[in-house]
Every structure is written in structure tokens, then in C-alpha cells.
Ligand binder design. Structure first.
Ligand SMILES: Cc1cc2nc3c(=O)[nH]c(=O)nc-3n(C[C@H](O)[C@H](O)[C@H](O)COP(=O)(O)OP(=O)(O)OC[C@H]3O[C@@H](n4cnc5c(N)ncnc54)[C@H](O)[C@@H]3O)c2cc1C
Length: 444
């Protein structure tokens, strides 16, 4: 069940860490957030080491759909309502700038990664008013966008959509392969703790002035308390041949709807999302197969995969200083399934912090923010799930998460043990797959 990206791109092997080192910056994790941050720091003349517990870019980034867009569902009308126009503008600006940064980086370094400029559409099958509000909000924030009433490329009728111009799509691993070639990456090196300025791994220790945690879900619980402020959600993708070729990138505003983009001769159809550890009774791939059969009856499935991303209480990533008590420890997480642009925004923001520069988007991403009105619903849901998961753990001695002891759920479809509290996952024989868990399961 490899993604089309993993099927078509392989990275050279890197040696594990061997012994103890001193450097200026350490990045933990080599996904899109880690590689972009390390690369940007290196360009500023900082000596950087990247520590990766598996292979380079083999985490969530290898399983994305890789739309590079500032259009993150119907976000801007909500941001203006819940955060006000100034903070909404910071979010829009950071993500629009990220789209531009990809364009400049890829053309400047002549990176061959199937990069194509596209329009992005978020459509509705039920609520024109919500889409109209989003189009107005986006325009108010300076995003080149338009309200449209039909989408002729799609095989079903929509009620309305909003189009963002000059967005893009690419092959994320070809991009990261090129960008990581000049970086000092150590693979098969698991970080298990950070104490002051020392990163402790299973292969040695690294002392650094600046430490960036880019492990997808942060692996250090305290300080920061990210485990109490986020959960993870899975999504599924089918790659279809003989489906119609589409020019735009599409997303249903309904969380249960579909995402569509093309890649070469394939159509990538995504969706069927749910909270990790709460796998529905029916197969998630079958849900997508039914949509494929209805809309593209001639199509054939050539590949399928799934992955998950971190979801914060207020729907905005946490990017910046890890906590007020750890001034040189940084975090980039909570990308809400929009990690292409938000990881670029993270790399720019963290590089500014390391270099001691101002960043005009730091407030909206601040890990220390709390807006009750924007956070309450998910906060209550997360608290409920964690309490239930911890209680289940008390009665499940052989299948407790190695992170905080929550009861794990067996995921029949993917043959994994999944944690409903914070989203850690394990193979059937107990090896850790997804953070925050670092250790495997103990049986018996
Ligand atoms: C199905 C799906 C589709 C998506 N589509 C889009 C899209 O179209 N556009 C978009 O913008 N976003 C999309 N996203 C979101 C995006 O893919 C993610 O937000 C992004 O890839 C996350 O990158 P990351 O660097 O944070 O994590 P990762 O890529 O998971 O990188 C983290 C790395 O840290 C390493 N690590 C973990 N623990 C340790 C440790 N203890 N020691 C050392 N290393 C460690 C891991 O092995 C991993 O390599 C999608 C997400 C999903 C699930």
C-alpha cells in the first residue's frame, strides 16, 4: 500500500549517527517540515544536523496528495470571525507567501518534481452561502479568488465553489530528494529525549544551540503539553487510471467529501477521513471505491494508501518556540492536512526566530495562543476521547499505548494498533509507526 510518490522515488541511504556531536542546530524529523527548515537554516550559514528515526521523508509527507495551496477548506471566513481580520491576514499572507516560495525555490534550483501551477477550488454540494462568504473573505484578505456557480470538469453537479488562482501541485518526494541532497541527515537514529541543549538518541547525543522538533506529532510531552492540545485524523487516497483528466485541484467543503487532483495519467481521489483510533465499521477504501465507481465508472484502481495529520483545537498549526521555558527549542506541528504550505511557513518563521529576526506572521501560529471561542468544541471532544482511552487502557494490559497508556484499537483494515487519544500507531507486532509514541508495545 505504497503511495504513488513512494512507488516512483527513492532516496539514497544515509548512515545513522555514530557517537557524540556539537553543532549549531539540530532538526528532529526529515519530513517536509524538517527538510525545509534545515535547508533554510543552512542557507543562512547555520551548521545543521537532521536526525531521522527511519528513512528520509518516509513519514506522512510520503503519503500526502501534495496540493500547494493557501486554500484550506472554508478557513478565511472562520478566521475573520473567530480571530479578527488582522490575524486572518497573517494566516493568508504566510500561506500565499509559501505558495510563492515553492515556485521560486523550484524554478531557482531547477528542481524536476512535476511542479504545475493550478487553480484550487473548494466546492459545496449543500451551502452556497458558506462558499460565498469564503470568496468574500478571501478577497478581503487580498487573495486572488472568485466565486463560481459550476465546475464543468467534475462529473457531478456542485452548488457553488470558490477558485484561488496561481496555486500548484507537485511530486513531494522528488522535491525533497533534491532539497535534502546537500543536508547532513542521519537515518535510523531515534531521538528519545531532549535535555536542555542536548538531544539524546539511541546512537549518541548531539549538543546544539537550537533544537527544532519536526517529528509530525511532537515527541516531548512536557513542556509544551501538545499531546493534550491535538489529536490525529486519518485520510485515504485511491490512484485511478482511465478516469477523466482534470486541470484544477478540488476539495469538498464537507469534511466527509472528496479531494481530487491529477498526477500524470492518474486521478488521485482522497477522502473518508476519521479520527485515528475510531475506524468506522465499513472500509474507508470501499467508501472511495463507491465514489470512483459512481463518477468514473471506466476507471481502474492502480494504487491506494492512507495517512494521518495533526489537528489542533482551533484549527491553526503550532509553529514557534516550544514553550516559554525552553527558548531555544522550537516546534512545527498541527498542519491540519495542509502541511505543504504551512511547513514552508514554519521553516520561514523558525529560521527568523533562530536568526533573531522579526516575523510578521508569528502571532497567528504562536503555540502559546488560546482562543476559547475557536477551541472549545475540539477541546471538549479531545478531553472526552482521552478520558475514555485512558480508562480503556486500565482494562487492556496487553494493548496499551507506549505513550501514555491509553487502550489501543485494532484497525482491521490496516492491521495496526491505533490510539484514539493522540493518534500513535503500531504494527501488528508492536513496532511504532506514528508519533507521539517513540517506543514499541510490550506484550503480555
Ligand atoms: C492523506 C493526506 C493527504 C494530504 N494532502 C495534503 C495536500 O494536498 N496538501 C497539503 O498541504 N497537505 C496535505 N496533507 C498534509 C501533509 O501531508 C502533512 O501535513 C505533512 O506531510 C506533515 O509533514 P511533517 O514533516 O510534519 O511530518 P512527517 O512527514 O511525518 O515527518 C516527520 C518525520 O519525523 C520522524 N520522526 C518521528 N519521531 C522521531 C524521533 N523520535 N526521532 C527522529 N525522527 C523522528 C518521522 O520518521 C518522520 O520522517 C495531507 C495529509 C494526509 C494524511
Amino acid at each position: 500500500m505504497k503511495s504513488v510518490w513512494n512507488e516512483t522515488c527513492s532516496f539514497p541511504r544515509r548512515e545513522p549517527l555514530h557517537g557524540d556531536f556539537v553543532t549549531e542546530a539540530v532538526v528532529i524529523g526529515s519530513g517536509i517540515a524538517g527538510i525545509l527548515t534545515a535547508s533554510m537554516l543552512q542557507k543562512q550559514g547555520i551548521r545543521v544536523m537532521v536526525l531521522e528515526r527511519g528513512r528520509t521523508a518516509a513519514g506522512v509527507t510520503g503519503n500526502t496528495t501534495a496540493k500547494i495551496t493557501s486554500q484550506h477548506g472554508l478557513i478565511y471566513s472562520r478566521l475573520i470571525r473567530e480571530f479578527g481580520p488582522e490575524l486572518a491576514a497573517q494566516y493568508a499572507w504566510a500561506n500565499q507567501r509559501a505558495v510563492k516560495s515553492y515556485r521560486e525555490l523550484i524554478s531557482g534550483q531547477k528542481i524536476d518534481c512535476d511542479y504545475e501551477e493550478k487553480s484550487a477550488y473548494v466546492y459545496t454540494l449543500r451551502d452556497e452561502k458558506a462558499v460565498e462568504d469564503e470568496a468574500n473573505a478571501a478577497q478581503k484578505l487580498g487573495i486572488e479568488s472568485e466565486y463560481v456557480e459550476s465546475l464543468p470538469e467534475l462529473p457531478f453537479k456542485v452548488r457553488a465553489a470558490v477558485r484561488f488562482e496561481h496555486q500548484a501541485q507537485f511530486h513531494p518526494l522528488e522535491f525533497l530528494k533534491a532539497l535534502s541532497s546537500g543536508l547532513n541527515i542521519y537515518e535510523d537514529t531515534t531521538v528519545f529525549d531532549v535535555r536542555d541543549d542536548v538531544v539524546l538518541t539511541d546512537k549518541g547525543r548531539v549538543t546544539a544551540d537550537h533544537i527544532i522538533v519536526a517529528t509530525h506529532f511532537p515527541i516531548i510531552d512536557i513542556p509544551g503539553w501538545y499531546f493534550a492540545r491535538m489529536h490525529q485524523e486519518r485520510s485515504y487516497v485511491l490512484a485511478l487510471e482511465n478516469a477523466a483528466q482534470i486541470n484544477g485541484m478540488y476539495l469538498d467543503e464537507d469534511e466527509q467529501g472528496c479531494s481530487l487532483r491529477s498526477w500524470r495519467n492518474l486521478l488521485l481521489l482522497g477522502g473518508a477521513g476519521h479520527r485515528t483510533g475510531k475506524h468506522p465499521q465499513t472500509s474507508c477504501y470501499d467508501q472511495l471505491r463507491r465514489a470512483a465507481a459512481a463518477f468514473y465508472p471506466q476507471s481502474r484502481e492502480v494504487c491506494r494508501w492512507s495517512s494521518q495529520d495533526c489537528v489542533t483545537w482551533d484549527g491553526i498549526p503550532y509553529i514557534g518556540r516550544y514553550s516559554s521555558s525552553a527558548r531555544r527549542l522550537y516546534v512545527a506541528t498541527g498542519f491540519q492536512k495542509w502541511g505543504m504550505t504551512t511547513a514552508m511557513a514554519a521553516a520561514e518563521l523558525i529560521t527568523d526566530l533562530v536568526m533573531g529576526r522579526e516575523n510578521n506572521c508569528s502571532e497567528i501560529f504562536s503555540p502559546r495562543r488560546f482562543r476559547a471561542s475557536a477551541s472549545m468544541k475540539k477541546m471538549m471532544a479531545d478531553a472526552g476521547c482521552s478520558a475514555a482511552g485512558l480508562a480503556a487502557g486500565l482494562f487492556a494490559p496487553s494493548h496499551r499505548c507506549s505513550h501514555l497508556g491509553c487502550g489501543l484499537q485494532w484497525n482491521e483494515e490496516e492491521e495496526t494498533w491505533d490510539c484514539p487519544c493522540h493518534g500513535s500507531r503500531f504494527t501488528a507486532d508492536g513496532k511504532p509507526i506514528d508519533t507521539p509514541a517513540i517506543k514499541g508495545l510490550r506484550h503480555g
